[in-house]
Design a protein around this ligand. Structure first.
Ligand code: GLA
Length: 505
């Protein structure tokens, strides 16, 4: 069997062209289809397990259906065959992964995550063992842990670094957050996302992989700088990135996290789908909620279930301090807006100790204009969303720093009343109003349109008394005047006007 695993650049190289040419000698025999079970080797994991993609395909005419399994994911497959070439959609819980490939001789050459791998016909025993279902516990209310009275603020590694995160980078990020004033502006949690996990040792304790040689020492370092330390796991056997999850080890892992000094856990559903359905979300999240409370350390509990299962209605009951209201954010305007709009129906459920989370910030990651990042920051503050920066803190432009550390906007997010604003739309202009603890309101007007627009904020929009006492533009850092019951300003395309207004009683 020829096995090929090449990077995208190697794919382009002459050497690969030669390989493909020789493979072409073995085009599918007349009438041959992709029907059958195929196994594509992917990688050997730290724990020695072999991650493979096992495809079970059925071709009828040009239509392909079937399933695909990796060590941590199970997909439904739909696709089409054109000659020897096929295109597959791997579908799972509303997300789609594209795989293209060619049938050559008795192999499938798949392009997957930028690499080409050869899948051979499966041999007997080429399948993942079924995961034994552990029955979810009966429901009860987990007591509030007393944390996150205002939306958590800090940094998370995923949006910028994904798997390229290690001990050294985290320390550098911590140092940068102290030096540039982010810590003092309130960004105190430093959270490692997926890909830190190693193997379970003989006692079943989860260890770290070689990128994180000593998690306790790293936690001590973070704490020594006056910051708090967060980590990531999954209720599944595997995480989203297919590292070991906490399935069947919830209490043990919570104790490990507590012993390391972990102050925040993001608990990501992904891998749990191999065993559970959305009907099991609440009891499964409750299980870790209980385990964290028993761990002996105060740990903020962040649920990551992509806004499924009406989480806002039970997130606080499982001990959650925040829960995702959306799928993953991307560093693009339309996705950022899509996420904040999904946050809207959840507004009544936000409050001190329990927050709706439209996902982490993309500010400074480079694919939106600064104007758009100012809107991103304003919308997260108006909706009392957690502010978890997701950029490379070591290299920030002055504009990124100014956006992330706008203390007047941060104060709106961190307001003690904990109200989440909801929008009213007028053409391309969307107005969000957030009541604040001191009786004033924050108001944001976002221009969703493609050209500059003039916004008029009227006192009657704000639910305040008749006369405005004072008003401040939170991005210009200047007082502004309401005239004849209104304040009027031009807003660039995708820009925002953000005011804090108080009224005469
Ligand atoms: C999911 C989460 C992301 C991130 C990745 C890590 O996609 O929603 O925020 O944690 O998993 O694998």
């Amino acid at each position: 069997m020829i096995q090929i695993s090449l990077s995208r650049s190697a794919f382009k190289s002459g050497c690969f062209v030669l390989l493909m040419a020789s493979a072409l000698l073995a085009l599918p025999a007349h009438g041959q289809t992709v029907t059958g079970k195929w196994v594509a080797p992917r990688r050997v994991l730290d724990d020695g397990e072999k991650d493979r993609m096992i495809l079970d395909l059925h071709q009828k005419g040009n239509e392909i259906t079937g399933t695909a399994a990796t060590i941590g994911h199970f997909y439904q497959v739909e696709g089409r065959m054109t000659g020897a070439h096929f295109e597959l959609s791997l579908l799972k819980g509303g997300s789609e992964r594209k795989v293209t490939g060619d049938l050559m001789g008795n192999q499938l050459y798949l392009t997957l995550d930028g690499a080409v791998i050869a899948a051979a016909p499966a041999k007997p025993g080429d399948e993942y063992p079924a995961i034994e279902r552990i029955e979810p516990p009966a429901l009860h209310d987990v007591p509030y842990n007393g944390l996150a009275k205002t939306p958590p603020m800090g940094w998370n590694s995923w949006n910028q670094f994904q798997s390229k995160i290690d001990d050294k980078t985290v320390r550098e990020v911590v140092d940068a957050m102290v030096a540039n004033g982010m810590r003092d502006a309130g960004y105190v949690y430093v959270n490692i996302d997926d890909t830190w996990e190693g193997v379970r040792d003989a006692q079943g304790d989860l260890t770290t992989n070689k990128k994180f040689p000593d998690m306790k020492a790293l936690a001590d370092y973070v704490h020594s700088k006056g910051m708090k330390f967060g980590i990531y796991s999954s209720p599944g056997t595997r995480t989203c990135a297919e590292y070991p999850g906490s399935y069947g080890h919830e209490e043990q892992d919570a104790k490990t996290f507590a012993a390391w000094g972990i102050d925040y856990l993001k608990y990501d559903w992904c891998g749990a789908r191999m065993v559970y359905t959305n009907d099991d979300l609440q009891p499964i999240y409750q299980k870790m909620g209980d385990a964290l409370l028993k761990s002996g350390h105060s740990i903020v509990y962040s649920l990551c279930e992509y806004g499924t299962g009406n989480v806002e209605q039970w997130g606080a009951k499982v001990g959650g301090n925040l829960w995702r209201t959306t799928g993953d954010i991307r560093d693009e305007w339309s996705r950022m807006i899509e996420n904040i709009e999904k946050q809207v129906p959840t507004a009544p459920y936000a409050g001190p100790g329990h927050w709706n989370d439209p996902d982490m910030l993309e500010i400074g990651n480079g694919h939106m204009a600064d104007e758009e990042y100012r809107t991103h920051m304003s919308l997260w503050a108006l909706t009392a969303a957690p502010l978890l920066a997701g950029n490379d803190i070591r290299n920030m432009t002055p504009a990124t720093k100014e956006i992330l550390m706008n203390r007047e906007v941060i104060a709106v997010d961190q307001d003690a009343l904990g109200k989440q604003a909801t929008p009213v739309k007028n053409g391309d202009l969307q107005m969000w109003v957030k009541p604040l603890a001191d009786g004033s309101v924050a108001v944001g007007v976002v221009n969703l349109g493609a050209s500059e627009a003039t916004a008029s904020v009227k006192t009657s929009d704000l639910g305040l008394g008749v006369k405005v006492k004072s008003a401040r533009d939170l991005w210009a850092h200047a007082s502004v005047k309401f005239r004849d019951g209104a304040y009027t300003a031009k807003i660039p395309s995708h820009g925002v006007l953000m005011l804090r207004v108080s009224a005469k009683k």
